[in-house]
Write a protein that binds this ligand. Sequence first.
Ligand code: GRF
Length: 207
Amino acid sequence: MLRVLALVSGGGTNLQAIIDAVAAEKIQNAELVGVISNNKTVKSLERAKNAGIPAFSVSPKDFENRELFYEAFLDKVNECRPDLIVLAGFLVAIPPKMVAQYSGRIINIHPSLIPSFCGVGYFGLKVHEKALERGVKVTGATVHFVTEGMDEGPIIAQKAVYIEDNDTPEILQRRVMEQAEWILLPQAIDDIANDRIEIRDGKVIRK
Ligand code: GRF
């Protein structure tokens, strides 16, 4: 059983998609062993508790500086003994020490087709605002391994979503979630749990 730890910051609809996929056995050979948020009050923690998954929060507000927060956060991560860490709407940059310790074992979902609309400052609604501003006709979502560079790691899977003329950032965000994110992320976890993919020369290939 692959021990999966989810890191979250917000509403947790991607977390819910993972919880549901495990329950429906669409994800096999994996169990959610914990959920950690950087925010004490988010809906994600409630979703975890409702599903009987240990839920924790480690908030930067409780620490004197960023270093101490990162240290406590990494301690909590290590306590969960994860085989795979899933950033499911996690808005904190992963410190290099953690990336190094869990190299090849952290994945992230990003709500655009990387390398478009990604990198520093591209998170949440901003991503969709920028896509609409540019007038692209197709966007989507990407699941990728996490490396030190923001949104730069090997791409595991992508799914395209069409933009419609009257889209607002909120409408588009919802469509990207429904048509891409909630499908891609559970699939990627299932692929990793069942040893179907590997990284070769910086790219993800199917075995
Ligand atoms: C998603 O759009 C995800 O791609 C991005 O943050 C959002 C999180 O939504 N990284 P939720 O908390 O899973 O509902």
